[in-house]
Design a protein around this ligand. Structure first.
Ligand SMILES: [Zn+2]
Length: 443
């Protein structure tokens, strides 16, 4: 943990992260030993020695954002994923691994600077995310709370093979690979159950089932035996069915549902980690650029564009069906995908409100309190409450009025470490196109 001091934020307009949050004016939030020690009217704030007092002059203080799906190895510039795979093989040596670690650390720090205080990795090369997490936890570097999968589990010719996942050919190999990843110190196991947009060869094939039900089940059972939850890349209805029956805890991306799938989400299979019900992680950010931009802009083929359209519609429909049926929906960006930067969680929150059709308050609540609960961190973070970790951001404008207020984070505090005016390194070309996408109507 980074060194923390006791801080009192005064004159804050508090948004506490709960489902029906309303701005609470003139609040003082007292932070001691990295935790929220008290929330009182500004007039009752402790101002004696031992406290650094920061006057927010009415600015909005809310829980730090939580991003449930991030690859740290890319910037979001639309370059070919194939090149990255070849590059990663060259980097599998001591110097190369140090380069990868630094790359991942910088990405995680961009997430933090943009207001993300907790981030779950979704698969990166060479177990580097685990080393980065340990560097943050020990206080060597300032960074967000990081939930690290180490590397993913895939099958021959499966999504992520050789890049951010290792290959299992049989159920026995899958179980052994899960135990190996856990031994490296992973917090979660990532499976690649179906294909993705970039490795599809035909229109309509982005979510073709690649992992057999037997391999998925063996991987989930091995993970759960070690107390680890399982997240899975799934982009088709068939894939969701297989993944939920096997025991996957969080479906990443998602696809249109059936009645059987609804029952599985409600726990019908009984295969998930004890105490957990499956949820779906909505990721509109990586799919919307395929829909709105030209194949030249996203560096994709016509087939990839067509599949991108299918995946995007499926993700949005899945999130709507989930909410209509009382199934939890989390939010993540899939950073590193073309047009998904390490600093745009706010766009996913805004897309969720706009395309799935929820209120700004519910979108903010999802990106904070709901995501925390889905990660098993509901008692630790996600709301501004006494006793919780001091994970918070300060905004000049009210995000309940306009979610783009989240794009301008004035200050960040993560586990009590205070970052005043954190700097985000913007990619101007991407910002330009993404701002254009944000202006387009829902059609
Ligand atoms: Zn991903």
């Amino acid at each position: 943990m980074a060194k923390t001091e006791n801080i009192v934020f005064i004159n804050a307009t508090l948004l506490d992260g709960t489902a029906d949050m309303e701005p609470q004016v003139d609040r003082a939030i007292v932070v001691e030993n990295g935790r929220i020690a008290a929330i009182v009217p500004t007039g009752q704030a402790p101002v004696g020695p031992g406290y650094r007092v920061i006057d927010l002059a009415g600015a909005y203080l809310m829980p730090g954002l939580i991003n449930m799906h991030v690859h740290f190895c890319g910037s979001g510039k639309p370059t070919s994923a194939g090149d990255a795979g070849a590059l990663m093989k060259k980097l599998d040596n001591p110097l190369g691994r140090a380069i990868v670690r630094k790359l991942l650390r910088k990405s995680a720090q961009q997430q933090l600077a943009s207001g993300v205080t907790t981030v779950r990795g979704a698969g990166d090369p060479l177990f580097a995310d685990i080393a980065v997490r340990d560097g943050f936890n020990s206080g060597k570097y300032v960074g967000p709370r990081l939930i690290a999968p180490g590397t993913g589990v895939t099958v021959p010719n499966g999504h992520g093979a050789g890049l951010f996942a290792k290959i299992a050919e049989t159920p026995e190999q899958a179980a052994a690979l899960v135990r190996e990843i856990a031994a490296h110190g992973a917090d979660v196991i990532k499976l690649f159950v179906t294909g993705g947009v970039f490795d599809a060869t035909k229109v309509g094939e982005p979510g073709v089932l690649r992992m057999s039900p037997e391999i998925a089940s063996a991987a989930c059972a091995a993970a759960h035996k070690l107390g680890l939850p399982v997240m899975a890349h799934v982009e088709s209805t068939e894939g969701v069915q297989v993944a939920l029956a096997a025991g996957v805890d969080t479906i990443e991306h998602g696809a249109p549902m059936t009645d059987e799938i609804l029952a599985l989400y409600k726990g019908a299979a009984g295969t998930q980690l004890p105490g957990r019900k499956p949820s779906v992680t909505c990721t509109i950010s990586p799919s919307l650029p395929f829909v709105k931009l030209s194949p030249e802009q996203t560096h994709s083929t016509e087939i990839q564009k067509a599949n991108g359209d299918i995946v995007c519609a499926g993700i949005i429909q899945s999130a709507r069906e989930a909410l209509d049926n009382g199934i939890d929906v989390g939010l993540g960006t899939d950073s590193s995908c073309p047009y998904v930067t390490q600093y745009d969680m706010w766009r996913e929150v805004a897309y969720f409100a706009k395309y799935v059709g929820v209120s700004n308050a519910f979108a903010l609540h999802t990106a904070t309190a709901v995501n925390a609960r889905l990660l098993g961190l509901g008692d630790e973070t996600g709301t501004i409450e006494v006793g919780k970790s001091a994970d918070m951001i300060v905004l000049e404008k009210n995000p309940l009025d306009d979610l783009s207020a989240l794009s301008d984070v004035k200050h960040v505090m993560c586990r009590g470490a205070y970052l005043e005016h954190p700097k985000v390194k913007h990619l101007a070309e991407l910002d330009h196109d993404l701002d254009w996408i944000m202006e387009q109507p829902v059609d």
